[in-house]
Write a protein that binds this ligand. Structure first.
Ligand code: SRM
Ligand code: SF4
Length: 564
């Protein structure tokens, strides 16, 4: 396998991966020692196993002052292709949130569940128990293929089940070959090995960076397919899958003030028939493995290989790895999106109910006992749980006669029905940010509900209460809640200050542009208000907020604090 970089210049993570002997390193031994946290090297390797070392940032100052070490804790992420969990798997997640986590479950923007607040001493048991229920965390994080996303809604004749099977197949085909995960978490060993198992797909250094794969349907891009390194647009024909348009080079992460990092949407590369899909995916991964940047992790995603070398070069490489020419992509693009909330027939006599989960946090708090409600529905009616990439969940396989009982349970526990939400809140998302995310420079999940309260008042006064606008917020520019494809986004810039983006769209086919920077949290809505008013006054019939500002063009404001 050819690598394009000089070994001397490799980033530190590259060395760690190579020396870890198949993702083992010293992790097993460190899990058994008395320390509350891991070494730098083991922290990196742990990511591949689906967990991140974090600290409770709310306690940082106080503990530092008291001369204490940080309040170390771990985030554990389960990898669930298409977000599909059986009732039993969900109930296990629910129990583990209490047994080892902080009592909440976080639905992620890639259809996984995250546990926060797990202590090191509980990590082995936690991950072991998930595996007992056939839920893996292997590859949920790290420089490998991440959770494969696809529409989780069981829509009759919608080919969804078939595509979920494809997502599972891709997971199986792209799981690292190393037995390290099995040894550490399932067998509970502390052994070290002399050598790693050969891994034809990943080699010894795995990929230069995380690699994301997602499916979508032309009329339903509920997964934001263009934000993936490798997007697969299903081409349906007469009730079957004719093939897939392969899109390459999506990714949203960027760093403020580093112009050579930026969000990018995936470009169409080729049309592939179902029987060649796995080979093409492996060829694309192979090119990224061999040509992706292993020196600078900020520039290591596939999108930069594409921009540096061009799509024609990339296509030639994929063809050469594949050993045959690719067909041109079909002229099919995304044209719609669904959030799958509320009641829908499955076509097999049963129903599913999409439940809105504010910023993906399944919790119990005053006025809302969401975890209890979901647990009760799952336990009583055997409902399976499907997670969406908008951080919501679907209660699946409900008998028609049980629908009103399900509604009663949800209502009595304070769960808001989707039709009671304003469209803006219904389509809003925030990343976790503070207190768990070490990269957050500003709040997100904890402040978006308040911002939405303010925005709703403004929208109502302006006469836009029923307007569908996607609003997304993140605590830093990494883009975890996909802010750059939203109609309106607030991206953390520094403590309590945000960059405002406008002009993306609900369908996820366009990036927004920067409108204002360094806007204090308490001025976000007032800063956006003139944009809403002008939209109301000058929009074309049926035009959406993001479409309007994309057509008209935004003139960026001077940064707040600079002379205006
Ligand atoms: Fe993310 C890093 C949370 C989806 C781009 N992301 C992180 C970490 C692990 C912080 C860290 O590295 O220490 C965050 C943990 C926060 C916490 O406390 O839990 C984190 N990312 C999340 C989740 C939970 C956000 C959410 O609101 O659900 C999502 C988990 C998905 C999953 O189940 O796998 C999540 N992250 C995304 C997405 C959206 C997507 O994939 O559709 C993106 C943008 C798309 C992309 O990858 O380009 C995203 N996360 C990043 C980046 C920037 C990567 C880059 O290319 O620059 C980082 C930072 C990094 O990797 O260095 C990051
Ligand atoms: Fe953390 Fe930034 Fe991702 Fe939010 S966007 S979870 S702050 S890395």
């Amino acid at each position: 396998m050819s690598t394009i970089v000089d070994d001397v210049a490799l980033s530190e993570v590259e060395r760690l991966k190579e020396e870890s002997l198949g993702l083992r390193g010293g992790l097993a031994a460190e899990l058994d020692n008395d320390s509350s946290h891991l070494s730098e090297a083991s922290k990196q390797i742990l990511k591949f196993h689906g967990s991140y070392q974090q600290e409770d940032r709310d306690l940082r100052k106080e503990r530092k002052k008291a001369g204490l070490e940080p309040a170390y804790q771990f985030m554990v992420r389960s990898k669930v292709p298409g977000g599909v969990l059986t009732a039993a798997q969900y109930l296990l997640h629910d129990r583990l949130a209490d047994d080892y986590g902080n009592g909440t479950l976080r639905i992620t923007t890639r259809q996984g569940f995250q546990f926060h607040g797990v202590l090191k001493g509980n990590l082995r048991r936690h991950i072991h128990e998930l595996n007992d229920a056939l839920v893996t965390t292997f590859g949920a994080c790290g420089d490998v293929v991440r959770n494969v996303v696809t529409c989780p809604a069981p829509i009759a004749g919608g080919l969804r089940e078939e595509v979920i099977e494809w997502a599972r197949r891709i997971r199986d085909e792209t799981l690292p070959r190393s037995r390290a995960y099995h040894e550490i978490w399932i067998e509970g060993q502390s052994v070290t090995r002399e050598e790693a198992e050969p891994d034809p797909l990943y080699g010894e250094r795995y990929l230069p960076r995380k690699f994301k794969i997602g499916f979508a349907f032309p009329d339903d891009n509920c997964t934001d397919v263009h934000s993936n390194d490798l997007g697969l647009l299903v081409i349906p024909e007469n009730g079957r899958i004719r093939g897939f348009n392969v899109l390459v080079g999506g990714g949203l992460g960027m760093t403020h003030n580093k112009a050579d990092t930026y969000p990018r949407l995936a470009d169409p590369l080729a049309f592939v028939e179902p029987d060649e899909l796995i080979d093409v995916i492996k060829a694309v991964i192979g090119v990224q493995r061999d040509y992706g940047n292993r020196v600078n992790r900020r520039r290591a995603r596939l999108k930069y290989v594409l921009d540096e070398r061009g799509l024609p070069w990339f296509r030639e490489q994929v063809e050469s790895y594949l050993g045959r020419p690719l067909q041109d992509p079909l002229p099919v693009e995304v044209s719609g999106i669904e959030d799958h909330l509320g009641w829908h027939e499955q076509g097999d006599g049963r129903w599913f109910r999409g439940v809105w989960v504010e910023n993906g946090r399944v919790l119990d708090r005053e006025g809302l006992r969401l975890r209890i409600a979901i647990r009760e529905v799952v336990a009583r009616f055997g409902a399976d749980i499907h997670l969406t990439t908008q951080q919501n969940l679907l209660l699946v396989n409900i008998a028609p006669e049980d629908r009103s009982a399900v509604d009663d349970i949800l209502r009595t526990h304070g769960v808001i029905a989707p039709e009671e939400l304003t469209p803006a809140r219904r389509w809003s998302m925030a990343c976790p940010a503070i207190p768990t995310c070490p990269l957050a420079v500003a709040e997100s999940e904890r402040v978006l509900p308040g911002i939405m309260d303010e925005l709703e008042v403004a929208l109502s006064r302006i006469g836009l209460a029923d307007e569908t606008i996607s609003v997304r917020m993140t605590g830093c520019p990494n883009g975890c809640a996909r802010p750059y494809t939203a109609d309106l986004a607030f991206v953390g810039r520094s403590l309590n200050k945000y960059v405002i983006y406008v002009g993306g769209n609900l369908e996820g086919t366009r990036l927004g542009t920067e409108y204002a920077s360094l806007v204090p949290l308490d001025q976000l809505v007032t800063t956006v208000r003139p944009l809403l008013e002008r939209f109301r006054d000058e929009r074309r019939e049926g035009e959406r907020f993001g479409d309007f500002w994309n057509r008209v063009g935004v003139e960026p404001l001077e940064p707040a604090g600079a002379s205006r």
